[in-house]
Design a protein around this ligand. Structure first.
Ligand code: GLY
Length: 309
């Protein structure tokens, strides 16, 4: 067993007062800790970064605390439409799905797109048909829709606007989406991002999460990145690739590149969100322009750290 692996997961960025007010901080810490330890089991046994990020993203999708899979936010018609992507930094292969309904784990389907199709992205009905071909489980709408999301959606409908996950009609914001990045013992990097998008979004809206370079990116030569925040801002700045370019062209480490990326996001589009980054040397870093980010990491096989910061 080797211990030279690193792993970071996130459960969304934003102002976390609401979580603190509702007193479910410990639920998040427990969840992040458990998921990180599951990732540790894979990586310390010599498993691949790709397997580890897939595993962690699926666990986050299954936990209704987060805006991905079960617990996703609702669109303008009160329905769940999900986006996800996964990228292998060793091969530069990627798989993505968008506007997805009914499929329990969008990240699992994204991995199938990566492995079993000649494409990078499948959407809507075509993605569902491919999921059937791959034998993936389908769930009814009731599985995905949880009460807290219905309340949040009603609030957004009342004020007639789109909102980020957990954002109240008041200014508090938690920009949900989940993600995982890893570097395995062989030095390979991978990243995954999955989301229900933003509350009360237009039917058919696709955010940054399934778009390679915008909401997810991995390249063994530079770093692995997963983003959370207003998707349109990450799309317009191609932020995850921008962070990798800081490593590639300016030889920055994970911390410097994450901060430079967030500076760029703010400077160019006054962007709101966060990123998790592991560089080619296994250094872990986060950056966010929101007041908080829910995340946890294991750096070089050390103790796990969980933060709602
Ligand atoms: N970052 C998630 C979204 O905007 O859809």
């Amino acid at each position: 067993m080797s211990e030279d692996f690193s792993l970071i997961i996130h459960g969304g960025a934003g102002a976390l007062e609401q979580i603190k007010r509702e007193g479910n901080e410990t639920d998040f810490v427990k969840s992040i800790h458990g998921i990180l330890e599951g990732g540790r089991d894979i990586l310390s046994a010599g498993g691949s970064a790709l397997d580890a990020v897939e595993h962690c993203a699926i666990q986050l999708e299954d936990d209704p605390l987060y805006n991905a899979g079960r617990g996703s936010v609702l669109n303008e018609y009160g329905e769940v439409e999900m986006d996800a992507a996964i990228m292998d930094g060793q091969t530069f292969q990627a798989g993505a799905v968008a506007g997805l309904t009914a499929i329990k784990n969008p990240t699992l389907l994204a991995r199938k797109v990566l492995e079993k199709s000649e494409h990078v992205m499948l959407i809507g009905k075509g993605a569902r048909e491919f999921a059937k071909f791959c034998g993936l489980p389908r769930m009814s709408n009731d599985y995905f829709v949880v009460d807290s999301r219905i309340r949040q959606w009603r609030e957004a409908q009342k004020v007639g606007r789109m909102m980020l996950d957990h954002e109240a009609a008041k200014p508090s914001q938690k920009l949900g989406t989940i993600g995982a990045v890893a570097r395995d013992c062989a030095g390979n990097l991978a990243a995954a991002t999955s989301t229900g998008g933003i509350v009360n979004k237009r039917w058919g809206r696709v955010g940054d999460s399934p778009i390679v370079g915008a909401g997810v990116f991995a390249d063994n030569e530079t770093c692995a990145v997963s983003a959370t925040g207003y998707g349109e801002q990450f799309q317009r700045t191609v932020l995850c690739k921008m962070i990798a370019d800081f490593v590639y062209f300016q030889n920055m480490d994970a911390q410097a590149a994450a901060l430079a990326g967030i500076d760029y996001l703010v400077k160019k589009v006054q962007g709101l969100g966060g990123v998790i980054v592991i560089d080619r040397n296994g250094k872990c870093a986060v950056g966010h322009s929101t007041s908080g980010l829910i995340y946890g990491w294991i750096e070089h096989g050390g103790e796990s750290l969980c933060k709602l910061a």
